[in-house]
Design a protein. Structure first.
Length: 158
């Protein structure tokens, strides 16, 4: 990526990312070291909410960041490390579960539910809109094994 282009796009991308993160349909990105670097670099290619559904290990995040930035020579080793640190600290196994953003596979793993229940959540979300609360989730997906979800309610983000 050309440094001049990056500097030109940085204020625009940062403003868009902040606006996106503050919208009613997307929770704000977690605060922490590396957040600004993640937003400024990664938002050039995708929405800053892209990791919301993931609960990956540090190694998985390192592989993904390497893959995503392999053709970006202007992103320094320190910036890459800051991005991996931010992602692995905030989107890790046992971390927050972004119920309105995760795909079925990630919901199945994070909630420890069946593939059918995970698909039902995604299908309901697609037809009835985002879930507002645990009660809303249970109401919109009545066949869901709610005992498993109830056990993880403190990790759910709506």
């Amino acid at each position: 990526m050309d440094l001049g282009r990056t500097l030109l796009l940085l204020p625009i991308v940062t403003a868009a990312a902040i606006a996106w993160g503050q919208s009613d349909s997307a929770p704000a990105l977690p605060e922490g070291p590396g957040k600004d670097t993640f937003v400024s670099v990664c938002s050039l290619c995708h929405a800053p909410t892209a990791p919301f559904g993931r609960q990956w290990t540090r190694q998985q995040w390192e592989l993904k960041v390497t893959e995503m930035l392999q053709e970006e020579p202007d992103v320094t080793r320190e910036e890459r490390a800051a991005i991996v640190e931010y992602l692995s600290a905030n989107f890790r196994p046992g971390g927050k579960i972004y119920i309105n953003h995760a795909d079925a596979k990630d919901l199945e793993a994070a909630l420890e539910i069946s593939a059918a229940d995970a698909e039902a959540i995604v299908r309901s979300r697609g037809t009835q809109g985002d879930f507002k609360s645990l009660d809303d989730l249970k109401k919109k997906v009545p066949a869901l094994d709610s005992a498993k979800v109830e056990g993880k309610k403190d990790r759910l983000v709506f």
